[in-house]
Design a protein around this ligand. Structure first.
Ligand code: FAD
Length: 450
């Protein structure tokens, strides 16, 4: 009775229901598959590849200490997983659920092929607090606005407690494995990952250390401080959650135990975790989220043809708009950007420069260590106005006012811009804002007359 544990975006040992189920079935062999071959799969960007390498390296060590081999394979899941099952003579296959459209189809077809071959297959809920099909409006459809969505989630059963490591865990047989270095996930020349190494400790232990620091130092100031770009009060858990090195259940319960001492910060923090849930639920119901406007009226929006030099100036933080450039340089150096500044740079790209949100989303996909199949396109569409949101299009972030408000002493800008002489902005903020609103007026009037 050999159990194959197929690890995906759940690179952790604790609170891993698939690992618990596999250990109950028999001796466990774990596999991580680098799948860039299945049709429709979105390959990882540069920063997430770097993270994945680091995370798998620590996971392999942790598994080894438990005597569980980690097999690395590359290829299309529908071929590689059944072949490995045959090679190992595995009688059971265990995984935690994925929620993207392509991934669900792949998993469903592998599940039915294996079952037909007499292999036991079990999938578990591990990476979202609420399964997408369990949260519905009164009329039975998905929510399109966050506030009622989160209210409905909170009205349901409390998320389950995190699971411990299985008490009895026996390692299974090994099998031929790729070497991690062969996958060349890490940059060679030039080695641009120095800033990432300085900023992050990928892996399960790194995730729990981050959570512990946040609970002590950040959480008490979170409700009032999270929007300020120059304060270090947010959790920085997003890449750890992205790769499943820590589960939302662990985060939820760790924060919830502080509710009495810090009611408002805990409420606010959990509602941000709720935005992650919302993004995934929206993706579940609208799998084309990274490619298509959630609001179809935006299909007619007159985006500017992107001038390569202008797009490059935005990507590299050379627009002449201080907060935008500071954010884009923070991203380039560290693989992350403060949430408030993400909104500002996205608004600047899609509204002041009127460049299609998909180009901004693609840049973030390549450069963010937390680049997430749901949160990234969801947030881009939310800022662009085409997404799941009640707020009107004319919410255009003014980067200068945002800087005055959320970087009042200029510390954040100074950190990323230094003392360089600044060029003048590549676009007039007011005139471009007016042009964006006029463009929106055209599609909104067209939608009303349809
Ligand atoms: P905290 O404030 O400590 O929040 C705790 C957790 O809640 C985060 O780790 C994250 O998992 C979740 N969360 C918080 N805010 C949001 C949000 N607005 N939407 C979804 N989840 C949220 N987040 C990603 O995880 N991956 C992305 O690819 C991503 N792309 C974004 C693109 C744009 C244009 C914008 C405006 C936001 C994007 N976000 C993305 C959301 C948000 O900026 C980050 O989750 C947050 O900055 C991470 O920092 P933190 O872990 O310190 O967050």
């Amino acid at each position: 009775m050999t159990a194959l544990l197929w690890l995906r975006d759940d690179l952790r040992l604790r609170d891993n229901p698939a690992l618990v189920a596999a250990a109950e079935h028999g001796p466990v062999t774990a596999v991580y598959l680098l799948d860039e071959a299945s049709p429709g799969i979105r390959p990882l960007g540069g920063a997430t590849k770097w993270w994945l390498h680091e995370s798998l390296r620590t996971l392999a060590t942790d598994l080894e200490q438990l005597g569980v081999p980690l097999v690395l394979r590359r290829g299309a899941a529908a071929e590689v997983i059944p072949a490995l099952v045959r090679e190992l003579g595995a009688t059971g296959v265990f995984w935690n659920r994925r929620y993207g459209g392509v991934e669900r189809d792949i998993d469903a077809s592998i599940k039915s092929a294996l079952r037909e071959a007499g292999v036991h297959v079990a999938s578990s809920a591990a990476n979202l607090l609420f399964e997408p099909w369990t949260v519905q409006t009164g009329s039975g459809g998905p929510y399109g606005v966050f506030t009622p969505f989160w209210k409905a989630c909170l009205a349901g059963p409390v998320p389950r407690q995190p699971l411990e490591l299985p008490q009895r865990l026996v390692g299974g047989a090994g099998a031929a494995s790729d070497s991690l270095d062969e996958w060349t996930l890490q940059p060679r020349t030039p080695d641009w990952a120095g800033g990432l190494r300085e900023s992050w400790t990928p892996g399960e232990r790194g995730a729990h250390d981050r959570l512990a620091i946040f609970l002590e130092t950040g959480l008490p100031a979170y409700a009032d401080g999270r929007d300020f770009t120059d304060r270090d009060v947010t959790s920085r858990l997003s890449p750890h959650l992205r790769f499943g090195e820590i589960s939302p259940f662990q985060v939820w319960h760790a924060a919830a135990t502080r509710r009495e001492a810090h009611p408002e910060p805990v409420r606010k923090f959990l509602s941000e975790v709720g935005w992650r849930e919302f993004a995934w639920h929206v993706l579940f119901h609208f799998p084309e989220l990274a490619n298509r406007n959630w609001k179809p009226q935006f299909d007619a929006f007159p985006w500017e043809r992107p001038e390569p030099l202008i797009l490059r100036a935005w990507q590299r933080g050379n627009t002449g708009v201080d907060l935008v450039d500071a954010g884009m340089r923070e991203l380039w150096h560290t693989g992350t950007m403060h949430n408030r500044v993400r909104m500002v740079v996205a608004s600047f790209l899609t509204k002041n420069l009127r460049i299609d949100w998909r180009l901004g989303e693609a840049w973030f996909w390549d450069t963010l260590v937390d680049a997430d199949a749901a949160s990234n396109p969801f947030s881009w569409q939310w800022v662009a106005g085409s997404g799941a949101d009640a707020a009107p299009y004319f919410r255009v972030f003014n980067p200068e006012l945002q800087a005055e408000k959320f970087d009042p002493q200029g510390r954040y800008r100074a950190r990323w811009l230094g003392t360089e002489l600044r060029p003048s902005p590549i676009v007039d903020l007011k005139a471009s804002r007016d042009a964006a609103l006029a463009a929106y007026d055209v599609i909104s009037r067209a939608a009303k007359t349809q």
